[in-house]
Design a binder for this molecule. Structure first.
Ligand SMILES: O=C(O)CCC(=O)C(=O)O
Ligand SMILES: [Fe+2]
Length: 265
C-alpha cells in the first residue's frame, strides 16, 4: 500500500519519514487541551518523564483493549490512511511529556508492537537520536558473507568492504518540530535504538531532515502551552536548539494481538 507520506522520506534509509506540519496550530492546541484535561490519575510518573497510556494495557499476550477517545482517533485514523503503512487501524497511543531537561534513554520498542511507529510532536522541538545496535557497531562477524561477496570480488571481505557495510549503520538524528509527524519502520526500527538526550540544549548537526538555510538565523515562536517561546539558535557551524518549554509526544502504534474484552462494566 503506497501512502502519500512516502514522498517525505528523509536520510539514507528508506524507512524514516518526516512530515512537517502534519497538524495545524489549532489542532495542536486542541490536543494539548485534551492531554492536560485528562484526569490526573491518567498520568504515570517515571523517573525522567510522565506519560499517559491510551488504548489499553499491553501484555506479552497482546493488548487488553480499551477504545481510544475520539480526539485521538481523529489523529490515528489520519496517520493510518495517509501512511498506508499499518495493516489495520492504530489501536494504541502513548503520550509522553518531557520537561526541558528530560529525555528518553536509547531503546527499542517492545515486541508486542507492529514494527511501524508514528510519533506526533507537540510543544518544544527536540532532537531524536538513532544509534545502531551494538551488534552492528562493533561486531563484524554477524555480516552475511554471501551478501558481502555479491558486491565484492568473491573473496573474503576486505577491510574497505567491511567498513562500507559498517557505514550503513552510523548514528543519525532527526529534528522533531512541533506539529510534525515522524514515522520509522523496518531497518530504522530493528537496527537502531532511538532516544532523546535529557539536556536543555540539543545539537542537530547530524539531523537528516534539516536544510541549511532553515537554520541560518534565530527565530522565536509562541507556544499555546505552557506559553513560553521556543528557540532555535543556529548557524552553519553550530546548530542547536534551546529547549525552554515542555514537549508532548503522541507515539501511535498497532498491537496486532488483541485480547477479547471479557468484562464490560
Ligand atoms: O517521545 C518520543 O518522541 C519518543 C517516545 C518513544 O520512543 C516511546 O514511547 O517508545
Ligand atoms: Fe520508543
Amino acid at each position: 500500500m503506497e501512502g502519500k507520506l512516502n514522498n517525505f522520506q528523509v536520510g539514507h534509509l528508506p524507512t524514516v519519514i518526516y512530515k512537517p506540519d502534519f497538524i495545524t496550530e489549532s489542532e495542536e492546541m486542541l490536543l494539548l487541551d485534551k492531554v492536560y484535561g485528562a484526569p490526573i490519575s491518567k498520568w504515570k510518573s517515571l523517573k525522567n518523564r510522565r506519560l499517559q497510556n491510551w488504548g489499553g494495557i499491553v501484555h506479552e499476550k497482546g493488548l487488553l483493549p480499551q477504545d481510544l477517545p475520539s480526539w485521538l482517533t481523529m489523529i490515528t485514523q489520519r496517520i493510518y490512511e495517509e501512511s498506508g503503512l499499518f495493516p489495520s487501524a492504530i489501536n494504541h497511543v502513548l503520550i509522553n511529556e518531557y520537561l526541558p531537561d528530560q529525555g528518553i534513554m536509547p531503546h527499542q520498542d517492545g515486541p508486542a508492537y507492529f514494527p511501524v511507529v508514528a510519533i506526533l510532536s507537540l510543544g518544544s522541538p527536540v532532537v531524536m537520536d538513532f544509534i545502531p545496535h551494538s551488534r552492528l557497531r562493533t561486531c563484524t562477524d554477524t555480516w552475511d558473507n554471501n551478501d558481502v561477496k555479491s558486491e565484492g570480488s568473491g573473496e573474503e571481505p576486505s577491510e574497505i568492504e567491511t567498513d562500507k557495510r559498517m557505514d550503513n549503520h552510523h548514528p543519525f538524528s532527526v529534528l522533531l518540530m512541533p506539529r510534525s509527524l515522524l514515522i520509522f519502520k523496518d531497518n530504522a526500527y530493528s537496527d537502531y535504538l532511538h532516544g532523546i538526550k535529557d539536556s536543555e540544549v540539543h545539537q542537530y548537526d547530524e539531523a537528516i531532515n534539516v536544510a541549511e538555510p532553515l537554520v541560518s538565523h534565530k527565530f522565536d515562536q509562541q507556544l499555546p502551552e505552557p506559553g513560553k517561546a521556543i528557540q532555535i539558535v543556529g548557524n552553519k557551524d553550530h546548530k542547536v536548539i534551546q529547549r525552554t518549554a515542555k514537549r508532548v509526544s503522541l507515539t501511535c502504534r498497532l498491537v496486532l494481538k488483541v485480547q477479547k474484552k471479557l468484562f464490560k462494566f
